[in-house]
Design a protein around this ligand. Sequence first.
Ligand SMILES: NC(=O)c1ccc[n+]([C@@H]2O[C@H](COP(=O)([O-])OP(=O)(O)OC[C@H]3O[C@@H](n4cnc5c(N)ncnc54)[C@H](OP(=O)(O)O)[C@@H]3O)[C@@H](O)[C@H]2O)c1
Length: 224
Amino acid sequence: MRVLLGEDTTHLPQLYAVPDQPWLRVNMVSTVDGAATGDDGTSRSINNGVDKMVFDLIRDLADALVVGAGTIRIEGYAVGRKPLVVVSRSGSVPPTQREAASGKVLMATVATAPYLDEAREILGKDQVLVLGSHRVDLARLKDELVLRGFRHLLSEGGPHLLRDLLDQGVADELDATLVPRIVSGSHPRITDGPPVDVPLRLTTLIEQDGTLLARWLVGEKPSG
Ligand SMILES: NC(=O)c1ccc[n+]([C@@H]2O[C@H](COP(=O)([O-])OP(=O)(O)OC[C@H]3O[C@@H](n4cnc5c(N)ncnc54)[C@H](OP(=O)(O)O)[C@@H]3O)[C@@H](O)[C@H]2O)c1
């Protein structure tokens, strides 16, 4: 479906509705030349009004957020309304999440994480999911979150986590915004890490003032 988004944005929630089944989608933004960050080293300096509108909307639609510890540290995620699942190999709880109310933050990590004990102390034992010895098993993470009642998951990256979610076949959908800018310089792309090769199928393309917002299904999953 191709949609020209005018002033009337009331139908956006319909365009971003997810299927009534466990679902993990990832939302990322980049420039036309592929930069996932701008001059402040975060995505804040490349996103724009319509991207932010969709970002907020799909956050509202999610039961929980799944975010790489690197992104939480660099972007200084504040404690928000939605439960936040921090994915971390080190087990180090990002500074901004250390004072979060009990039960608001989960950590997905590994048995060999150097900060595992500290994470349990800060977040509570039940809030720390050990999902592998050296690698976080992201499929198990999704299953565990669904068991806890979080059926609709939103990952906001970052690039290493997105790459791993694709590699492990865990992402159902990628919502990728392309903003009409070129920044050159050295910036990460929306994925980072060893090569993956994952087919995508376009289901929705929304355009507003040159910004392209695409919903891609990952693999051959049925559309919502
Ligand atoms: N354009 C966008 O939409 C967008 C979105 C998000 C982020 N960003 C930008 O991307 C940059 C950060 O990139 P990044 O690739 O470093 O972000 P990232 O994937 O969030 O962070 C990497 C860190 O997160 C943890 N992590 C990620 N994947 C993991 C996995 N599969 N298993 C265990 N731990 C995992 C590890 O934390 P530990 O070190 O604790 O082990 C790792 O060092 C920032 O500049 C940010 O602003 C852009």
